[in-house]
Structure formats: C-alpha cells, structure tokens
Design a protein around this ligand. Structure first.
Ligand code: UDX
Length: 413
C-alpha cells in the first residue's frame, strides 16, 4: 500500500519505518528540513532500538519531504500535541496538518489520526477541517502504545491494534494494512479509540501512584512494598507490571496525558478526582526523598550526588523526569549538586546549566555528603561508595545490590 506519515517525531518515524518494513511504500512529511535531510540520507533522526538498521534496509521504500503533495491512499497524522498551560492539549499542529492534507490529498483517501488527542477531536476537529476542502475521504483514529526506547518492538509486537472508524470500508483497509502484525484488532468508533489511549495511560499511571501510596505507608510500617506488591500481583486479576514503587512517573506521555484528561473533563463539567489524586501523589513523591535526606543533615552547603537524570533507564530523555523537582529543591535549599547520568546529561544541562556534571558514578560520589539514586540504570546497581565523605544513600528507584557499609533508605521502602 502507499502510506503517507505526517510528522517525523518518534511516533511518526517509527510508524513510517515499520510500515516500510512490512513492504509498503512510505512517504514522511515534516516541516523540519534538517530532520527530512537526515531521513533522506538514511539516518534515523531519533534514537530508538533497532530503528537505524530497519531504516537502512527499507530506504528504497521510504521517501522524505518537506512538501505537502499527497498521492498516497492512507495518511497518518503523527504530529505532536503538547500541553497548554491549563493542561489541555495544543491542537495547532494537528489542525495545520489537517489543513495541508485537505488541500493536497486525492479523493477517496483515508486520513488516520495517530497523535494522542482528547476524545472527540478526530470527528469534531480533524474531520470538519478536511471536509471543508470538499474531498471524499475515510476518517480513522488509531492510537499508538509505544514505549520510548522500545518503540520498534512495541509497534511490531503490540498487545492489540485499536482502529476507530465510522464505516466498515475504512476499517477493512486499515485491517489489511496491519495484517502482517499478529495481534488482536479492536474496531471502535474514533472517539472510543481516542479514549482507549488516554484510559490506558491513566490506568498504568494509576497503578504506579497506587504502588507509591501503599509504599509510603509500608515505609512508616517498616515493611517492604516490593514484597507486598509481589504478593498482591500473584492474584491473576492483577498484572505485576507497573507496580514498582519509587519517585514516581515521568516521560513525555503519562504526566501530559493525565493532565489533558483532567483539563478536558473539567471543560465538560466533570471533575476526575481519581486522576487528580494520581497526579498529586506523583508530584509529592520525588520531594519525599528530600524529606528523608533532611533527617540526616541540613542540606545547605552540602554536596549531594544525584545519580540518574533520565526519566527512565536506557533513554536520554529528561522530559518530566522526577530528578528535575529533586534537583530544583536541592538548589533552592542551598545544596551543591553533583550529577551523573550515562546518557541524559546534555539534555539536563539545558534545564540546570549550573550544577556540576560528572563523567562517572565515582566522580559524582567523590567527597559527597549523600547520594540520591533517581533512575534505574543498571550501572547504578553496584557503585563504589567508599569515596563518599558520608555514606548516606537514598534510593528513589530500586536498583541497588550492594548496601554494605552505607546508611541506606528507600524513598518508600
Ligand atoms: C509510556 C507507556 O508505557 C506507553 O504505552 C505510552 O505509549 C507512552 O507512555 P514511556 O513514557 O516510554 O511509555 O515509559 P514507561 O516505561 O511506561 O515509564 C513511564 C514512567 O513510569 C517512567 O518514569 C518510569 O520510571 C515510571 N514507572 C514505570 C514507575 O515508576 N513504576 C513502574 O512500575 C513502571
């Protein structure tokens, strides 16, 4: 099939390259010339495990351009939907893409929204824009459930494919496009598909805040939340995933999507109290690590080693990383912050240009009064704490294997 992907971000590029891998002819449109030039040269514009190799072996089927000239049968909208100040999503990129698609596409194509949008957007915003150009087209909403770092794997091996449509013909064409992927297909309306994406992320985030809430009480009781959650998840009705307690969730999706759900429901006159609580627990969680630290010292003038800046391991992404509020609070209280992360330091320098960035775990720990571990990188599992001034270590993610000779606490265990 001939597929056009509008938006060359991590969802767009992953989608395009995976469809090419399945044998389709794919065109990527993005207004960013630098990104397009890279793709033309066969260079992946973002890092995703396996992406570069997959791109290279499919370059004959991948075209990249900054021009909107669409003669493809299926057009995916994969542009960003950033947060506005009230938490609701900014639709200007989706709207701009819909306009250009409406102008340039051929009659009879299918337009598929893959960007994460508030329920109702595809039918109430995207569809009318394209209709205003007088074209005949099928409309669909097809959410992605890709984890950063594992996007290629998740695209090719999904738990389910959700296709939200208004008519059977559109559903059948999209089912055919996805045929090479072995996964159950769920056909819904576009608005249900949009809600499935938000509800999935909200549920996963709720599991994390739930584990953290239980963990906070476990800490007071002096018991191990990881043992507790192991016992809880042995019930077959509760899956063991996303019950790891710690400093909370970050990243480009969970915080943004939950805020969008909250803001969008508020506009409709409904207050989602549970979602509000999930976000509140997540806001408080990183600061608990500072409270624990302050049991041992007044942090003013003290050197605090921060291990881990990325929002999770194996990425350089610091968006909504829980280390941001922790570092901000340490700075506010007058501490000297020495930070180390194997991948994310360059990105964090844009947020905190004035803290000390170290080249290794050892350099960060040297002469430090305390150490906070905030990302679950494998290399943080056995640090050499002997170089610290005071060996106080507080963990925000459960990674540490050697706790001998240190004063140790977990954020909620
Ligand atoms: C998430 C969803 O998993 C994915 O389906 C969606 O499309 C995009 O958002 P991602 O943001 O890449 O993916 O990361 P994920 O692995 O889900 O982790 C999100 C955050 O939750 C991280 O900060 C992680 O450390 C935290 N987390 C995760 C926990 O604190 N505990 C857990 O048990 C799991």
């Amino acid at each position: 099939m001939k597929v056009c992907v509008v938006g060359g971000g991590y969802v767009g590029v992953t989608t395009a390259v995976c469809f090419a891998e399945m044998g389709n002819e794919v065109k990527i449109i993005d207004i960013d010339k630098e990104k397009i030039d890279k793709i033309k040269k066969g260079e992946a514009p973002i890092y995703e495990e396996g992406l570069q190799e997959m791109m290279e072996r499919n370059m004959e089927r991948i075209e990249a351009t900054t021009e909107y000239e669409i003669d493809e049968d299926i057009i995916f909208i994969c542009v960003g939907t950033p947060s506005k100040s009230d938490g609701s999503i900014e639709l200007k990129y989706v709207e701009a893409a819909a306009k250009r698609i409406g102008e340039t596409m051929k009659d009879g194509s299918i337009v598929v929204v893959k960007s994460t949008v508030f329920p109702g957007t595809t039918q109430q915003v995207v569809k009318p824009i394209i209709e205003s150009y007088g074209k005949n087209f099928g409309i669909a909403m097809n959410p992605e459930f890709l984890r950063e770092g594992k996007a290629i794997h998740d695209f090719m091996n999904p738990d389910r494919i959700v296709i939200g449509v208004e008519d059977e013909e559109t559903a059948n064409i999209l089912k055919k496009l996805y045929e090479p992927i072995k996964a159950p297909v769920l056909i819904t309306t576009p608005t249900e598909a949009e809600m499935i994406k938000y509800a999935s992320n909200a549920f996963l985030a709720t599991k994390i805040s739930f584990a953290n809430e239980i963990g906070n009480l476990c800490k007071i009781l002096g018991i191990d939340v990881y043992k507790v959650m192991k016992g809880v998840s042995m019930d077959h009705r509760i899956s063991p995933h996303f019950l790891n307690a710690g400093v909370g969730f970050g990243g480009s999706c969970f915080p943004k999507d939950l805020r969008a759900l909250l803001a969008g429901s508020r506009q409709l006159g409904y207050e989602m109290e549970l979602i509000d609580a999930v976000l509140s627990v997540n806001e408080r969680q990183p600061l608990r690590i500072i409270n624990i630290l302050e049991k041992y010292m007044d942090v003013k003038g003290k050197t605090i080693a921060v291990l881990g800046l990325a929002f999770k391991a194996n990425t350089d992404d610091v968006r909504e990383s829980r280390s941001i509020p922790v570092i901000r609070e340490l700075i506010r209280k007058g501490a000297i912050v020495k930070a180390y992360d194997p991948m994310a330091m360059e990105n964090m320098k844009k947020i905190f240009p004035d803290i000390i960035y170290c080249r290794s775990v050892k350099e960060a720990l040297k002469e430090a009064d305390a150490c906070l571990i905030l990302t679950d990188w494998e290399e943080f599992s056995e640090p050499d704490f002997s170089v610290m001034k005071r060996k106080i270590v507080i963990e925000g993610r459960r990674v540490l294997k050697n706790k001998e000779g240190i004063t140790y606490e977990g954020v909620c265990w």
